[in-house]
Ligand binder design. Sequence first.
Ligand code: 6PG
Length: 309
Amino acid sequence: MAYYTYTHSALHLRIPSSLSLSNPNIHLPSTRISFQPLRFKGLNAKPNNRFICKAVKSSMAASSQVEIFEKEELAVSLAKYTADLSNKFTHQRGAFTVCLSGGSLINYLRKLLEPPHVDSIEWAKWHVFWVDERVVPKDHQDSNYKLAFDGFLSKVPIPPGNVYAINDTLSAEGAADDYETRVKHLVNSNVIASSSTSGFPKFDLMLLGMGPDGHVASLFPGHPLVQENKKWVASITDSPKPPPERITFTFPVINSSAYIALFVTGTGKADAVHSALRGSGTADKLPAALVSPEGELKWFLDKGAASKL
Ligand code: 6PG
């Protein structure tokens, strides 16, 4: 597939050349940056072509990327991204700490069960957490643990002790406290890295989905939990998306991560994607617009989710 690739220290935009954007000019809210084509395959390059790209003003991430994929490329790209980071971290630090969300993301991760990834990933060094979890029994159909376990975790040799499900015998508040305590032990034993900048745990990779309302994890627009800045793990009992009782990593933890993939598909999310990436103002920012890891943020979008950019 051919891509137009534009890059800047703060934003990297990669668009399949087959994709016709209705408006090729994507405007920056705060800084106007002209992107020169750096790589151009498959079509005749016009050297004077310029895209004005919109950077995410809120993002303090060292690097932000937005990639728009053909449907069939999404799973392939997400699996490669995850496998490459697994390789990087298992070599660098002997462990790979990855946090999963619920939702449609998990189905796409099944690509990890196929060659070459299934054989090349050092599964024994994976440590799997949940960015957010619904407070239901682990065998309940709403459980994010069950979704991921049935989807791919049960099919790879990750030691059961490295899969950190919530304690489903506790209340939401109890489960959040318990999860935070377990994460603290793992930081103290260096399984999870610690951010020297924030003092919060620094997970190697967080895989986030986004709801049509712009929520990430179980951090919903307008909910006070979005502002939580002390707890590592918080409980919520009035989630607008059912089920109402959940636990969730807070923004300081999410934003201390080394890498975050924000995976969004479907036209039903196009308005929220537009608002998160092109919205201005600070008061009414969607939770998705507040995602800003210490390392790299990468948006994986399909054409539907990107249709209003
Ligand atoms: C949850 C999720 C949630 C999810 C988004 C996207 O438990 O509800 O963790 O944050 O990732 O709502 O879900 P979809 O991709 O299914 O729309």
